[in-house]
Ligand binder design. Sequence first.
Ligand code: ZN
Length: 585
Amino acid sequence: MLSMLCGGLKAQTPGNEPSRIVVAYVRANRAEMPDPSRITHINYAFGRVNNTFNGVTISNETRLRSITALKKEAPWLKVCLSIGGWASGGFSEMAASDEFRRAFAADCARVAAEFDLDGIDLDWEYPTSSASGITSSPDDTKNFTLLIKDLRKALGPGKLLTLASPGNAGYVDFPAIEPYMDFINVMAYDMGNPPRHNAALYKEDAQGNISPYTRGSVEWAVKNHMAAGIPKEKMTLGMPLYGHGDGKNYNRDVAFKDNNGPKEGFTEEWDDIAKVPYYADADGNLVLSFDNVRSITEKCRYIKENGLLGGMYWEYSHDNETGDLTRAIAAELIPKKFVSAQDVRPASYAGKVKRFKALIYYSDRVEEAHRQFASQAVDFFKKLTVGDGWTLDVAKDKLPDLEGYDVVIMPDAAPGNASDRARFQEYMENGGGWLGFHGAGYNDASTGWDWFRDFLGGISFLCNTWPPQPALVDVEGFDHPVTRNLPKRYVAPSTEFYQWKPDPRANTKLRILASLAPENFPMGLKDVVFGGDFPVVWTNTDYRMVYINMGHGDECFSDATQNLLFINALRWIVASSPKGDPFTR
Ligand code: ZN
């Protein structure tokens, strides 16, 4: 038995409940980013066999890179490239030739290394079958085994090799390939169209009653794979986040997010044998078969009761906006302590080695309330260095040589003289990091520093709210490390807020991370803001920088939520250093 399971696949949680895996297919032609907290594995869909049968082409490489980048913040996450999909051809030709097959396998290894992948998932639908319009041959099954062996050899034992298999467990020689596979994703769906269920859990109940709407079932698909030689510990159960309609009253394919209850004249029913819902017409005929939270939960319990490795679903973006199905799956299969059990490693002690080097630069020649903030900022960041974790140097009014600093923190002012400005610009243009607060971003017509205005987002000071006061802040950009673990909104302690012209959000290079909530307006007792877009935290994606509008007076460090935002910002800037992320070492 080859030992090729990636670390942690079989991790146990403290409560002794096995951690199961949750494999999400994520499509190339979607924009939304999956929430890694609901997933352990992503199968990126799709790559294809190339036109010359000797390599891989990937749909939307940019998106694949942003998907693998999720691993930075979700170290438990594994990302595989799924190759194939319905009607994706070239497999039969490729697998039939020793030369093509080995070139293809080598290219899979190249792609895995180049895109930071954890493995390859094969979705050839299906060997020996031309049902989807692709070329096939009676030799496909035999050649598939050769392909799996070549792939395992090329990928090595450290990468995942998985397979999507239809419910009938046909087409491949499972006993021959099983030793080389990490697990099999059982596509326990598309087992019927109305009047049949898409993905019934059972066909029959304990009393022998048979559901009239069922042909295949989840139970049938799992048993087929066990009979074919796949142990249950190597099986994930596929669940559809979509249903099938009759093509008349409902579309043939209906994503869960597009299913908003039965249309007028139809009713929602529950098949208590099959354990799935459906819509029925006035005569009781099944017109839409689908899954909901209840049926998905039943399937997840089946996975646990039967000791399967985990669940799989097609596909992430079919879920609704609130993530009802993907959350339900995670809640059932990924115990709360999963992440800590699997991935929280003992702290690594760097000893006397400092992880990074920061400079805090401030000026005394600013207004009293800004000096107050700067003085507290020095204390706040100094405190974070306790235990020799990192170095914080402090500079007042004069910017030192910036070489070697991973981040420069400016709590109240940006450099004022020409040589310091040139030094800062050169530093930032060569990969420097900047965390600026409040007065450090201030610039107007008299500032005379065009580069800095562009650096901040092409914006200048317009006006401010007065007096300083707390405000309800909307946190944005939840997939961004700077807003990690922040609530959707919080009340920021008293500060003065700046408005800018033009609106920072109009600059597409800026990523807005927080803004004042509309409910604040009208806000102010002297200078009153009446409404509008009011970004307060952002990053200019051309640089390694975060600007935070808070920073006036002596209350800004009095709120834990906001302090976390400050620390997240510092950490992210340092982590994205061109020298590499010091926190991963
Ligand atoms: Zn101020």
